[in-house]
Design a binder for this molecule. Sequence first.
Ligand code: SAM
Ligand code: SF4
Ligand code: SF4
Length: 338
Amino acid sequence: MQTPSLEDTLGRALHDLRISVTDRCNFRCTYCMPKEIFDRDHAFLPQPELLTFEEITRLAGVFVSLGARKLRLTGGEPLMRRDLEDLIAPLSALPGAPDIALTTNGSFPLERIHSLKAAGLKRMTVSLDSLDDAVFKSMNDVGFPVAKVLEWIEESARAGFAPVKVNMVVKRGVNEDSLLPMARYFNRPETILRFIEYMDVGASNGWRMDDVVPAREIVQRLSAELPLEPLDPNYRGEVAQRYRIGGGPAEIGLVTSVTQPFCGDCSRARLSADGKLFTCLFAIGGTDFKALLRGGASDEDLRAAITGVWQKRADRYSELRTAQTTNLPKVEMSFIGG
Ligand code: SAM
Ligand code: SF4
Ligand code: SF4
């Protein structure tokens, strides 16, 4: 029997845990890890600071016992962490069989897809910002080609991960022209394309409101060429607004964090690679669970600590976003986990 969900000060339950397994990445996406900042001199976390797979599994088990149903592995690039399959297997064997998802840039050898599946991975989300090679290469800033990511998406669908979610961050003047080609290409039952408003996460991407293409504008631009039918949310707390492309099999989603915030339903906790618990993507600080784990805390101590953090939670950054808050020294997305 699972404990009834924990609720925070705004009555929001704890349903999802996003686990960042590394702060490193083989890409330097300009909106996430700009290479001028994440360069050779950048201090990434040293190996001993990362939670081990055993520590992550133990903590995740406590989250699941408190009502978390979905565990998403992210980063940085989660597949940069060697043998990630060895984490997925024990996570998927936790009591209550939580749903295990992965967000990846899809730049790894295709065999990994099958080993991830065999280990118990249930869902795959792949990031791809354009079908235009020059645009994509300049956005990932390491010259990685579109074709390889498309192969990863196709192979994932074939391996049983359909529908594969495809995340496209939309940045004004950078990949706006890719909106329609992406919507047409991914109008297929094996994929769900999601347009994500460019967010002011972290403090290094030089975010400006002018760089955001509001979801409403994305819908207008797509519907000028393609018939879009709005769909009802699948469940309370679903972050994406959904549409079906009329006549086509597929649905698309819009993640409207900037222009139409959805904090009221936000049920996500985030664990950084070094074991800090954050209750908002835009948090300035987190609670150190690595110290608890390594200091001999019992499962009961961990439960009490998580409960204490969640019950105090009052975050609603996106609803309060102002010119002042966007300049705060927030934690980077590659650290906290997107
Ligand atoms: N490396 C993996 C990947 O790119 O899929 C997982 C980590 S990444 C931080 C998770 C998601 O966050 C990606 O889909 C990425 O496009 C998105 N993201 C990163 N920076 C963002 C920003 N400033 N605004 C909106 N989305 C962002
Ligand atoms: Fe790496 Fe993902 Fe950030 Fe791009 S969005 S730099 S792939 S962590
Ligand atoms: Fe949740 Fe914070 Fe995003 Fe609001 S701003 S939806 S509280 S992560």
